[in-house]
Design a protein around this ligand. Structure first.
Ligand code: B12
Length: 167
């Protein structure tokens, strides 16, 4: 049976460099295939915004999540690191996003996830988007505490959850 890189990473029988290589290969293949697929081919095309929150420069895990989501056929806008809450709000409007992914690797920048969610609520966009959070120090209980819609501990399960939230 074919087992995807995300599942193999979760199980610990594939490592990050191999997942990065296969995700990059998949991304190049998708660029070639996308124009050949019609709108009704079942490709999940939810607009996803992903970025690392203000004050945090870590991006390896966030880029891995981005690539796994792209490999799953989602339309991912990876907006970088050190992103202000207001910039997430602007990007949601500009890209008509339905999913927003926030990454943080520092305990000191985790509160910025809450500030970003608050800014999205204040802009009147909270009902329009599903918000996922992640990064090594992040937990499900923190996601519950700040009213995020989802948390996963790795890139493979993040791509699966994004598809479920977009459905
Ligand atoms: C690489 C690294 C750096 C690099 C970052 C390079 C880059 N381009 O990203 C550099 C050298 C720049 C760096 C700097 C710093 N770092 Co650093 N860094 C790391 C290190 C070694 C690895 C992080 C990593 O890439 N992991 C691999 C990826 C694949 O894992 P991941 O990020 O967790 O992502 C996975 C999941 O969490 C999840 N995920 C990630 N994002 C998202 C988002 C969503 C929505 C979802 C659903 C899932 C998800 O999926 C990913 C893939 O499976 C960690 C230690 C460690 N072992 O974790 C320290 C670490 C994170 N750093 C740390 C620190 C302290 C710093 C500095 C403050 C050091 C300093 N004094 O300058 C600065 C901060 C700079 C800043 N303002 O951000 C501490 C944080 C401690 C804490 N409790 O807050 C750590 C834990 C090291 C330590 N043990 O002290 N760092």
């Amino acid at each position: 049976m074919l087992r995807l890189p995300g599942a193999r990473l979760e199980n610990g029988d594939m490592f990050i460099p191999e997942v990065l290589m296969s995700a990059q290969t998949m991304s190049v293949c998708l660029d070639i295939l996308k124009p050949l697929l019609g709108d009704d081919e079942g490709v999940q095309s939810a607009n996803v915004i992903i970025g690392t929150v203000k004050g945090d420069l870590h991006d390896i895990g966030k880029n891995l999540v981005s690539m796994m989501m792209e490999s799953g056929g989602m339309n991912v806008h990876n907006i970088g690191v050190d992103i202000e809450p207001e910039e997430f709000v602007n990007q949601i409007k500009e890209k008509n996003a339905s999913i927003v992914c926030l990454s943080a690797l520092l305990t000191t920048t985790m509160p910025m996830m809450k500030q970003t969610i608050d800014a999205i609520s204040e802009a009147g966009l909270r009902d329009k988007v599903k918000i996922m959070i992640g990064g090594a120090p992040v937990t499900q209980s923190y996601a519950d505490e700040i009213n995020a819609d989802g948390f996963t501990p790795d890139a493979g399960s993040a791509a699966k959850l994004a598809k479920a939230l977009a459905a």
